[in-house]
Every structure is written in C-alpha cells, then in structure tokens.
Design a protein around this ligand. Sequence first.
Ligand SMILES: [Zn+2]
Length: 171
Amino acid sequence: MDSGTSRPARAQETAHSMGQQKRRLGPIPEAHIKRQKFQENPPTATMPAQVWQQIFQYLPPETLAQLVWVNHAFKDYLTNDEWDYSSRPLDGASQFMNPEHIWATSRSIYHPSLPKALAGCKELQMWGLIKGKNCCLCGSRQHVMVIWPFAVRLCVDCLGKQTQSVSMEPS
Ligand SMILES: [Zn+2]
C-alpha cells in the first residue's frame, strides 16, 4: 500500500544492477528485520485506508478502541488528525476521514445517549473518560470519578490535592 516503505530495497537493487558496491557496516538488527517485514506486508495492504475508515465508522466504539492496538496503520486511521483531509490526493472516490468523524458516527449509532465530545476534548479522550477505570494522575482504581468540567478522571485523593474549596457565601 505504502510504496515508500519498499524504496530502500528497490534502491539497493538498482544500485546493484548498476554495478555499484555497497558495504554493510554490520549485521542488521533483528528488530529492524521484523519492522521491515511488517512494512513490506502490512495487514492493511489489500485495502486502502479510506475503505478501512468507511468500515470503522460503523463499528462500536469498544471495537474501535481495540483496533487502535492492532497495528500502526489502524492506529493512524483512528487517531491521526494531522492529515490534511481536504487536499490529500485520492486514488479512489472516497475521502480520507478525520478520525473524529469515525468516532462520532460510531458513538451516535451505538451510544446515542452519550454526550458529544466536550469543547477541546477529542472523541477518543471522551471515550477514555467514560470507559476508563483509573485515576488519570495516580492510576488508582479506588473511588474514581470523572470531573466533567475539567475533562479528567480522578480519585478522591488526587481531586483533593488538585483542587481548592471556595466558599460562595459573601464574607
Ligand atoms: Zn489519583
């Protein structure tokens, strides 16, 4: 899919065919070989990103949250909002989708009662707030609650440390 991933191999072949000699400086690390194999044969190679994204929007958010961990490509399709969605050249009819749109569509289909993402908060972050179980600061699972105005999940201890009580009564 990504022709750029195989460029070094092609460049090496071309160099060979042109009679140029390249010297290997040392053994290729195993991690590099594994990464190269992954790039040469990514699981997404048979379908364009746009098609995966079209499918993803109709899956439940719970499944999307799992797909983020399947491979780098899926993570990109579901979280990378730095792509230029308006001007990216397309090889097919469909557009790349902003991941926010995928998550929002999924949420509205499977959890229509859940609120939209808070201002300044991404859909994935919202999903993490709703479904997460740990305090964002200390990781505790005891007495944890979402503080919606701050878009954060805290335990009672951290909430006490991070906030200050203010009396609203006139002094
Ligand atoms: Zn805490």
